[in-house]
Every structure is written in structure tokens, then in C-alpha cells.
Ligand binder design. Structure first.
Ligand code: ADP
Length: 820
């Protein structure tokens, strides 16, 4: 490398302080990267790697930085942005440069870099005794949540369910890094233990919330430590405390139904590959904040009957009044993502267009409030919905109808807002006339009729005279340039005029910026109220979405039973019915005397659809949605567990069967009598006899020690014998009829057991030779006789039962607190 330039020295100093970041170094109109960073960046962004004085470099234009930033951050890099912090024109020697911000996946606030429908969470994890303390924040919306997990499984479930973009893990927990990285594609960063000190934690919490004491937050020391560590991190990368974060919400285990990662996946709540998801069906929201709210509701259905009914009342009101729903939706088309706009306001990343969107949203607020004022179901929402007349007035007065996207090109502040700005603009507006006046008077005084006043970037304003006339030019003209046919001159008068115009332009830019900031700082006084309004609006948006969907697909309002029974008539699977034209509805009836169903039937008979349907319907009902059925009475479940299908986890080195058993073990230890358990083919991943035995024992354990509503779909017809031994266990089967042409699936779930030879029927349908089929039948007869489980297996003794129930109690520790 040649001798190091002063700029390169400056760069290396910065890089040295930000070793774990890619440093984007502002050089004029470019952000440049150097050395190893340059090689990496040119590779990630597919941009040219150049070299100067032997130093590799790669740069991107400053105005398109966002797109590049997104790619780098998505690829898992932390990016430090090093700006020029003084005007290069005024700098003596090297321009000063400083890192002004570090961009990480979990701390982005720019709208164009974030998916609208999803929160962008950063999670900090610490430990208190056996428990993990989790703090979850979305800097783009200001939400802060504190939760905890009783063990690693629950912690991983929490991470999968919240899908954070970034995880901060206390260094002393570094052994878990691999486990955590295994369940999330997000960046997992270790944070040194001293960041979790209580005293600094208290200070950070006070500073971020601008409060003198943290007592009223009612946090315990460990929670303060983790919250403080997260705030410290946010301050280090944003270089100022974020003031827009809401006070932490502490989640209690009883607040919501907890859905673990495999349930979210098994039930297809969100989009996986190309299959349809429940969220897509339920999402008719019109705003980004409404989408995020709906998503949160789907991930954490409520367990409080009163709160569920509050939501259902609103959905019902809109469902019954088409006109009201249509009008509300119409207004909501003018509501923007105020939640994110207010966050950008407080992080100084707000744009003039954001203020325009805020103004439009605030304009329709009174109409929305008025519209919902006659419906008692909306009472609570309406009370919480404030109006913003003075903020609106300020925005109307200050910002032009259609401002430019960024501040600086003179089209943001409205005429009449500031006298000085107006007079500067008048000067510019009159400049064309002024030029014509100069031109006319010069033509006259020189007697050159073809003289013209022109402008270019190099010379500014000048007088152009044809060469043939140059003799008539007076002495006061200074020649600037000679062209083939003309000469160009300047005069003192023209220069003075030009200075005025140029400085007016500059003044307008800086004045507009100052006025814009002044408007923003006035709005900052209403920040918390605006954030509260955003929350109410997001809830109304989510509720109107649920009403529209209920109407569109003919859903019914669920009711909730007091005795824990479930009675649903004509229920449908919300996703499958969208793809199957003649969906067959099914009835479900469970109570304390019949709480365990064993569903048998051949492949494709509709078993999986049926059992998932039951789980989906209770999740929908508890999130406050209507459900696809004719009539429904449901219990309130504390959790829904699913163990479905053989998922391939070869990548993590665990066999399918091991995963299956781990999930089963979780259910056995965490389900309570108020849970719903859905099992599909448990025991399938091992040999038949092994499988049947495990499935059998698992069923007995759930039935005797837990006693919750359970639906078990299985190929093992042997399990149907359980019904003759335990009164609450019932057999169901998906009905089929056999015709000469083969089997017809009716998809109707009825009492009874599937005929075990259907497998052979299917084989026949598929054209397997007759000799093979008859041999199979013969073997089936022998095996059936040999297994004869009903006679061979003893019923559990009183002693067994005591042991089973005891073992369950031993495991019944505090349930994990759930998300949202
Ligand atoms: P199984 O679990 O018994 O193998 P599935 O539940 O996967 O069967 O159902 C197989 C197919 O049958 C589904 O993909 C769907 O197309 C159809 N199906 C299932 N249930 C119904 C129903 N109630 N009405 C109409 N079609 C159904």
C-alpha cells in the first residue's frame, strides 16, 4: 500500500471503533467502503470493487442508500454510517466525520425497509433463577413488552412466535446461543454481563422514560436489568435515548392462550411456502398498524371471556350493519400507519410526506368517532379515541398540500406560515421578471437588439451578445467566455442579482428545514396521545377486518360455555373450505363425560382436516373472530397443543421420531385440564408395535392425569379399544362408502371405527395385483387375531392412576407467560 492519506487514517480510526460493523464512509455524494469491508460489500451488493492507491474500495450513491442498507442488514450485517459532520465548503483541511448511527436488523425505523404487516422486534434475554427474562421491543412502533419463560423450550417457543429480527443474549448464557440460533434466522448477539448491572439499568430506564423514579413501573430488579441492557444497546447504536417507547407491558400467563411454535406452524396460521394461511383469510385490514394488530391477536388469543366478548360485540355490530362497515372502511382508507409515523417523528426520521399522511389521518378521525358514536359496542374504543384539532390546525397551516418526499427542495412549508419565507419566495418568483427587465434595459442602452440574459451552472447569469455586435459592448461589461458566434459577459448589476437569488435559495432551504423541525417539535408534545390514538385505530381496523371476513364467508358468532363443553354444529375448516368447493361441514360435541376422541379412517378421508378445524375454530373464537360454523358454543381453552405429522428435522441432527416424542413430552408436561390437545399419528415414526404402545400409554396419561379435550387421529385401529376401557374416550371415523368403482370419501365424521381393511381397498384401486391383495388379506386376518389388544391389555389399576397423576403434578410448574 502506498503512503496512507490523511483520509485513510481517519477511516481506519473509525473502523477501529466499529470493528463488528461494516463502515459506510461518506465521501461527497457516495458512501464508500474500504479494504475487507469493500470486498464483502461488493460481493453482497453486486457492485464493482475498485482500488485507489492499492486500497480496495466499493461505494454506493448516498441518495439510494436505503435499498443497499436493507440488503446488507437482511444479510445479517451491522452497518455503521459515518457522516460528514461539517460543511465540506467550510472545512479547513480534512472534513470532520463521525458515526451517527449503527443500523441493525432489529432497530430499523424506515418504512421502506420494513414489512408493513409485521412487527420488527428486538429481544433481550437475561435470567432470573431458573427463569428467562425476555424484553421485547419494536423501535418502529414503540411497543415494549416484558415476559418470561420457564425453560429453554418455552424460550424457543417465544422466539419462534415473536419472530424477532435481532436477539441480544446475556454473555453468561452463551451456551444457549446455538440452540437459539437454531430456531431463528435473526442475528443473535452476545452482550457482556456488565451491561445488565442494576444501577445502570435503573438510570437507563429513567432516562428513556424521562421519569424520576421507576417505582411505579412495578418491575422487579431482574426485569430492570434486562430492560436497562436493551436501552443501553439502543442508545449506543442510535446515539440518543429513544423517547417514543411506551412503558413496558408485563404479560401475565393468564392473559392469553399460548401457542407454541409447532402449533403456529401445524395449523398454518401464517404463510408457509405457497399454502394459504389463516392470517391471509382473516386479513382485510386497510392499515399497516391494523395488520400488525391482527397478527398479534392471532398469535395470542385471549383467555378472558369478558375481553373476548368486547371484541366480538364490535365485530357483531359491524357484521349486522353493512352500511356502517362500508362507511368505516371508506374512512379507514384515509388512515395511515400513525404508529410508525409517530416513531419516526421521535427518532428524527420523519419526512414531509409523513406529516401529510398524519394530517390526512387526523382529518378523518372526527368522522370515524362520529360514525361509531351510536353503537354501544364501540363505547370503550370511542372513549379512548382522542381528536387532535390543534395538531391538525398546525399541520394544515404549515405543510403544503403535496409536499416533496424530503426536506430541502423548497416545497414543504405552506405560504402564509412564515413571513420571512414568503418574502424570500417572492424574490425568487419575481426573478424572471427582473431578468427580463435587465435584458430590456441593456438592449436599450447598448443598442444590441439580440442581447440575451442566460444562465448556466458554471458562470451563473451572463449576457450573451453575437460576435458581430461585440464592438458595441460598453466598458462596464466583463468578458467571461468566447464562443464561435458569440461572446459572454457579466456586469456588477447582474452579479449582485445572482447573489441575491442564490442566497435566497439557500435561505429558503435552511428556513424550511428549521420551520419543519419546529412543527415536528410541537407535534412531539402530543407524541404519547398520538401513539394512543394509533393503538385504538389499529384495533378498530383489525375488528372491521374480522367483520368483513365474517360476512364474506358466512361465519357465526361463537358463544362460550360455563361448563367447559364444546358444541359446534356444521363447522368448517377456514382454509380448506376456500380451496374445496363442496366442503362437508361437521358437528363436534365434547364435554366432561366425553372428552377424548379417537378418529380413525383411511388416508384422505378428512381426519387431519377435522382435527385441525377444531383447534383453528377455538383460536379464532378466542381472538375475537366469528367462526366458520352454523352455531357454536365453546369452552375457553388456556392453551392449544398440536402434535401433527412427521416434520423433517434432519438438519438439526434429530430423528423425526425424537422430535415427535419431544413434542409429545412437552404436551404431557404442560397441558392442563383446560387445554385442547390435537394429536395426529403419534407413534408413527417408529415400528408398529412400539408406536401403538406409546400412543396407547400417552392416551391413558392424557385422559387420566390431564383430563383435557383431546382429539387423536390415528392409523392404529387398535387404539379404538381404549373406548371400551375408559368411558370418556369415544371413537369417531370419517365416513366412507364403498361402491363397485371403489371408495367414496364423504368427509363426514361419525361415531364408530374405520374398517381396518381399507388400506387394501386403496391398494386395489391403485391396481396392485389380485394375488398380492389376497395374500395381504390373509396376513391381516392373522395379525388382527394375534394383537387382540382388548383382551390382553389390563386396565390401569388404582395404584397406576395414583402414580400417573402424581407424576403430572410434579411437572406442573409455572406456565410460561405468553406473547402479547
Ligand atoms: P387424512 O388426514 O384422513 O389423510 P385430510 O384431512 O388430509 O385426510 O383430507 C384429505 C383431503 O380431503 C383434503 O385435502 C380435502 O381436499 C378433502 N377434505 C377433507 N375434509 C373435507 C371436508 N370436510 N369436505 C370436503 N373435502 C374435505
Amino acid at each position: 500500500m502506498a503512503e496512507m492519506t490523511p483520509m485513510m487514517k481517519q477511516y481506519l480510526e473509525v473502523k477501529n471503533n466499529y470493528k463488528d460493523c461494516l463502515v459506510l464512509f461518506r465521501l461527497g455524494d457516495f458512501y464508500e467502503t474500504f479494504l475487507d469491508d469493500a470486498k464483502l460489500v461488493s460481493n453482497e451488493l453486486q457492485i464493482v470493487l475498485t482500488s485507489r492507491n492499492g486500497v480496495p474500495m466499493a461505494g454506493v450513491p448516498y441518495h439510494s442508500i436505503n435499498g443497499y442498507l436493507k440488503k446488507l442488514v437482511d444479510a445479517g450485517h451491522k452497518v455503521a454510517i459515518c457522516e460528514q459532520t461539517e460543511d465540506p465548503a467550510l472545512a479547513k483541511g480534512l472534513v470532520k466525520r463521525e458515526v451517527t448511527r449503527v443500523v441493525t436488523p432489529g432497530t430499523i425505523v424506515e418504512d421502506e425497509l420494513l414489512p408493513e404487516a409485521e412487527n420488527n422486534y428486538i429481544i433481550a434475554i437475561g435470567k432470573s433463577g431458573e427463569f428467562f427474562i425476555i424484553v421485547l421491543a419494536d423501535v418502529s412502533t414503540g411497543e415494549v413488552i416484558i415476559s418470561e419463560a420457564e425453560d429453554l423450550i418455552s424460550l424457543k417457543d417465544f422466539i419462534v412466535a415473536s419472530q424477532p429480527s435481532q436477539v441480544l443474549l446475556r454473555e453468561s448464557l452463551k451456551d444457549l446461543k446455538k440452540e437459539i440460533a437454531g430456531v431463528t434466522s435473526s442475528m443473535v448477539e452476545l452482550i457482556e454481563d456488565w451491561h445488565f448491572a442494576l444501577s445502570s439499568g435503573i438510570n437507563y430506564v429513567k432516562e428513556f422514560y424521562s421519569i424520576a423514579s421507576i417505582d411505579h413501573l412495578e418491575l422487579d430488579d431482574k426485569q430492570v436489568e434486562v430492560l436497562g441492557a436493551l436501552f443501553k444497546y439502543l442508545e449506543t447504536i442510535n446515539f440518543s435515548p429513544l423517547k417514543h417507547l411506551s412503558l413496558p407491558r408485563i404479560l401475565k400467563k393468564t392473559d392469553s392462550m399460548q401457542l407454541d411454535a409447532s402449533t403456529v406452524e401445524n395449523l398454518n396460521l401464517f404463510r408457509l411456502e405457497r399454502k394459504g394461511s389463516l392470517f391471509e383469510i382473516l386479513d382485510e385490514t386497510t392499515t399497516g398498524m391494523g395488520k400488525r394488530r391482527l397478527r398479534q391477536w392471532l398469535l395470542s388469543p385471549l383467555t378472558d371471556r369478558h375481553k373476548i366478548d368486547e371484541r366480538l360485540d364490535v365485530v357483531h355490530a359491524l357484521y349486522s350493519d353493512r352500511h356502517l362497515l362500508d362507511e368505516l372502511r371508506e374512512y379507514f382508507h384515509s388512515v395511515y400507519d400513525i404508529e410508525r409515523i409517530t416513531s419516526r417523528l421521535s427518532t428524527d426520521r420523519i419526512t414531509p410526506r409523513d406529516l401529510q399522511s398524519l394530517r390526512t389521518s387526523l382529518t378523518v378521525l372526527p368522522y370515524i368517532k362520529e360514525l361509531i358514536s351510536n353503537e354501544t359496542a364501540f363505547d370503550r374504543l370511542r372513549e379512548r379515541l382522542e381528536l387532535f384539532p390543534s395538531e391538525l390546525e398546525l399541520l394544515r397551516r404549515s405543510i403544503v398540500d403535496e409536499p416533496s418526499s424530503s426536506i430541502g427542495d423548497g416545497n414543504v412549508i405552506r405560504k402564509g406560515f412564515d413571513a420571512q419565507l414568503d418574502s424570500l419566495r417572492d424574490l425568487l418568483d419575481n426573478s424572471v421578471e427582473k431578468i427580463r427587465a435587465i435584458e430590456t434595459s441593456e438592449k436599450k442602452s447598448t443598442g444590441i437588439p439580440s442581447l440575451k440574459v442566460k444562465f448556466n451552472k458554471v458562470f451563473g447569469y451572463f449576457l450573451e451578445v453575437p460576435k458581430s455586435q461585440s464592438g458595441k459592448v460598453p466598458e462596464s461589461y466583463t468578458r467571461k467566455q468566447t464562443l464561435v458566434n458569440s461572446e459572454r459577459y457579466i456586469t456588477p448589476e447582474l452579479k449582485e442579482f445572482e447573489d441575491k437569488i442564490l442566497s435566497a435559495n439557500e435561505k429558503i432551504q435552511s428556513l424550511e428545514k428549521a420551520l419543519f423541525l419546529c412543527v415536528c417539535s410541537q407535534l412531539m408534545n402530543s407524541l404519547q396521545r398520538l401513539k394512543d390514538a394509533a393503538i385504538v385505530l389499529s384495533e378498530i381496523d383489525a375488528l372491521q377486518s374480522l367483520s368483513l371476513v365474517a360476512r364474506k364467508y358466512n361465519y357465526c358468532r361463537p358463544r362460550f360455555s360455563v361448563d367447559g363443553s364444546a358444541r359446534i354444529s356444521n363447522s368448517r375448516h377456514p382454509i380448506v373450505e376456500r380451496f374445496v368447493p363442496d366442503f362437508t361441514p361437521n358437528d363436534i360435541s365434547m364435554d366432561s363425560s366425553e372428552n377424548f376422541f379417537i378418529v380413525t379412517g383411511p388416508n384422505m378421508s378428512g381426519k387431519s382436516t377435522f382435527i385441525r378445524q377444531v383447534a383453528l375454530l377455538s383460536i379464532m373464537a378466542q381472538m375475537g373472530s366469528f367462526i366458520p360454523a352454523k352455531d357454536a358454543m365453546l369452552p375457553i381453552y388456556d392453551r392449544v397443543f398440536t402434535r401433527i405429522g412427521a416434520r423433517d428435522e434432519l438438519a438439526s441432527g434429530k430423528s423425526t421420531f425424537l422430535v415427535e416424542m419431544m413434542e409429545t413430552a412437552t404436551i404431557l408436561s404442560k397441558a392442563t385440564e383446560d387445554s385442547l390437545v390435537i394429536l395426529d399419528e403419534v407413534g408413527r415414526g417408529t415400528s408398529t408395535f412400539d408406536g401403538i404402545s406409546i400412543a396407547w400409554a400417552v392416551s391413558e396419561f392424557i385422559y387420566e392425569a390431564i383430563g383435557c379435550h383431546t382429539i387423536f387421529a390415528t392409523h392404529f385401529t387398535e387404539l379404538t379399544e381404549l373406548s371400551s376401557m375408559y368411558p370418556g374416550i369415544k371413537n369417531k371415523t370419517a365416513r366412507i362408502v364403498e361402491t363397485e368403482k371403489g371408495i367414496i370419501f364423504l368427509h363426514k365424521v361419525i361415531n364408530g371405527v374405520a374398517n381396518s381393511s381399507h388400506g387394501i381397498e386403496v391398494a386395489k384401486l391403485a391396481g396392485v395385483p389380485e394375488t398380492v391383495l389376497s395374500r395381504a388379506k390373509e396376513i391381516l386376518r392373522v395379525i388382527s387375531k394375534q394383537s387382540a389388544l382388548d383382551k390382553a391389555v389390563r386396565v390401569l389399576t388404582a395404584e397406576d392412576l395414583r402414580e400417573i397423576r402424581q407424576s403430572k403434578k410434579g411437572k406442573m410448574n409455572r406456565n410460561q407467560i405468553s406473547l402479547f
